[in-house]
Design a protein around this ligand. Sequence first.
Ligand code: P1T
Length: 386
Amino acid sequence: MEFRTKSIHIGEEPNYKDGGTGDAVVPLHLATTFARKEVEIPTGGYEYSRSSNPTRKAVEDKFAAIEGAKYGLGFSSGLAAESTILFALVKSGDHVVCIDDVYGGTQRLFRKVFGEKYKVEFSFVDATNAKLVEAAIQSNSTLIWIETPTNPMLKICDIEAISKIAKAKDVLLAVDNTFMSPYFQNPLALGADIVMHSTSKYINGHSDSIGGAVMCNDDAIFEQIQFMQNSVGAIMSPFDSYLVARGIKTLGLRMEQHQKNAIYLAELLEAHPKVNKVIYPGLASHPQYELAKSQMTGFGGMISFEVKGDILNAKNFLEAVRHFVLAESLGGVESLIEHPALMTHASVPIEDRKKLGISDTLIRLSVGVEDIKDLEQDILQALAKA
Ligand code: P1T
């Protein structure tokens, strides 16, 4: 099956068996527990909803299908998915190599929780250079964690090259694929061991559900993560599973429109006199444009750019837009705009932000699927006020 067919049909095959009603859409199963006819056998295959739930199973089957994976798991947030991966696969005294420009919340989780509290060692490196990843690997390294493209600098890592290094050094590679969604990039096919998504973004796509997903192919990795998920209880609720399953059905359609609008606006911004620089993987000016074309099937809907001037010019712009909602998060049908240094990446130490290029004039756009004429007008009138 092709992507859009899978995203609609997998996990929602009508059930006519044993008096099943043949729902064309997965029902919302709110039951926390499931009755059995015999003491030792769960009659319908389900026991207790923390361990597994029919609505969650439907969305988990979709997660696996759209990433081309054997297994999918649904979590209560992207960070819950990340925490569970680390609890399952990393222990105190282990070392993790992480890309430097990682989402601020991920960096906080790694440094403050796993680093300071559980004594896991981290090296934050510029993983756009695979050699730096290789050089950072130590005898106690067990995991490499990358985001590509990164949040918010849209740096791109060579997944295939890093996966070869990981295999040679017997270290696992996990990729946060939130920015591209499974429609534009499939890290498992490029050699990654684990893929993670914040489903709060493109996968759900409507800014009305916080969730996370993990996909993998290896039986042992899956069993460890599933065991940990059931043990710590970081599960996607039935209602969120229902919403996310619904969102996935239009993921392909939405990603095409996000990208179309983003390409248009990236070119508009790049040519504008009040703009310093534009970072978008689909622009020939992006330093890894060739790599982007080779490992992704599209460029997505995220743009970062700097307005000319100082923080006041940036604030004027941010407060002047009308159709772009000034808010954290990304990947919804509505366009969002934010200031990484003051909002999503405020928890990243200031020296690190400076090194990464998260400046006071950097603005991040999550380009929605609205009519491009309205978005264009909005950007132009706000730039006039910047
Ligand atoms: O918010 P949550 O579902 O827990 O996902 C965390 C997360 C993980 N990975 C990436 C790449 C992310 O962008 C996020 C969340 N990011 C934002 C809220 C943001 O505005 O960037």
